[in-house]
Design a protein around this ligand. Structure first.
Ligand code: GTP
Length: 364
């Protein structure tokens, strides 16, 4: 079985952290999301993977090379962004016409049973089978009208609130028959959701596979934090440490927490709940951090506090600084001591912040 992962998006909604790394390499429980996805594909006996890349393509090629977890990896490198459908068409030669193949949006974490999805696709003799999951607010996604026989008779992308045909959304995981290539025009960007699925639905060639396993999209900072939170909840071990973690006296951990290797935590600090510290992170004394993800090698100095934020790689949060809910601090940024960064602020990578920042401001 072959699979293609759509990995070429710019990830504008995850800026500024996506300015310095592709969205698919954001760490989820301290591991790049794409590593987790490839491991899951290997378990489902996928043996050939095409990464459809454009933005920061070379980072993927350097990191994954020609194979990973026994899966042979090829790269479809777009000259311009081809969007979801266009990217699949662009990879036609690498995928070939022999058998159905899996397609994954790379910015999704899911524990979906790929084998069951593939089996259902084959039973229905479909051109496309879309994995579907139920959500409360489907307005951000593609929604479907599904018959009892799992045939999709209507596919609507981002229907206005109250106008969606159901709460079943396109989970960004599909099985496609090679006949799909005849439905995608070549040489230009194509949205499979807007141009191809609605057409297949009209022709009764589109099917759905409902699943109840975990499904999380990491597209926006709040989603990204939520993904880490859900997975921490889902872990058996609520308090997991890597190697060589140094914890000073009177540190309070409120589970769940996940601490990677080589982390140092100073006296009287409070860590958690829902806190993930990447490799080499240093917390000073009396630091308080909760509901946050800290990327590797960041430093949070004495008496600083961080709540509900994502802190980039090698960032410094100065002594007694306060980082409030919804903040995203880019890599290598420096927040000076005693500065308060208000709710929902984004700070671009490498910026120095020397004064208090008002809620929702953007430091660019
Ligand atoms: P935003 O800019 O924040 O919307 O993110 P994005 O650019 O990643 O777009 P979106 O979230 O809609 O993309 C869904 C999936 O498709 C992600 O895994 C993207 O990497 C991928 N994707 C989006 N556009 C392209 C493209 O032009 N080419 C390829 N190969 N993949 C794409």
């Amino acid at each position: 079985m072959k699979a293609i992962i759509l990995a070429g998006g710019i990830g504008t909604r995850l800026r500024p952290l996506s300015c310095t790394r592709p969205k698919l390499l954001f760490p989820v429980l301290n591991k790049p999301l794409l590593d987790i996805t490839i491991e899951r594909l290997a378990k489902a006996e996928v043996n050939g993977l095409t990464l459809a890349v454009k933005y920061m393509a070379e980072i993927f090629m350097q990191r994954y090379g020609e194979s990973k977890h026994g899966i042979k990896i090829s790269y479809s490198i777009e000259k311009k962004p081809m969007h979801t459908g266009g990217a699949i068409k662009y990879a036609e030669e690498l995928i070939g016409h022999k058998e159905p193949f899996l397609v994954l949006n790379g910015d999704i974490f899911s524990t979906i049973d790929y084998k069951a999805l593939i089996a259902q696709h084959k039973e229905n003799n479909a051109i496309a089978t879309i994995a579907l999951c139920k959500v409360e607010d489907p307005s951000r996604y593609g929604t479907v009208k599904l018959t009892k026989e799992n045939m999709i008779t209507q596919f609507v992308e981002k229907a206005p609130l109250g106008k969606a045909p159901s709460n079943l959304i396109n989970a960004g995981v599909y099985v496609l028959d090679p006949k799909i290539f005849d439905y995608i025009p070549a040489g230009r960007p194509v949205s499979i959701e807007r141009e191809v699925f609605p057409k297949l639905a009209k022709e009764n060639k589109l099917f759905g596979y409902q699943f109840n396993e975990i499904w999380i999209d990491i597209g926006k900072p709040a989603d990204y934090l939520r993904a880490n939170r859900v997975l921490l909840d889902n872990e058996q071990q609520k308090h997991l440490f890597g190697d060589n973690v140094k914890v000073d006296s009177d540190v309070e951990f409120n589970n769940p927490v996940r601490i990677d290797s080589d982390v140092t935590i100073g006296q009287n600090s409070k860590v958690g709940p829902y806190t993930i510290l990447g490799r080499g992170v240093v917390l000073g004394k009396n630091v308080s951090i909760e509901n946050s993800v800290v990327f590797p090698n960041a430093t949070i100095e004495d008496n600083a506090s961080v709540r509900g934020a994502v802190i980039g790689e090698e960032t410094t949060i100065g002594a007694s600084a306060e980082i409030m809910e919804g903040c995203v601090i880019g890599d290598y940024a420096s927040i000076h001591p005693n500065v308060t960064v208000g709710k929902g602020v984004t700070v671009c990578h490498s910026k120095e912040v020397t004064e208090n920042v008002a809620n929702s401001d953007r430091i660019i």
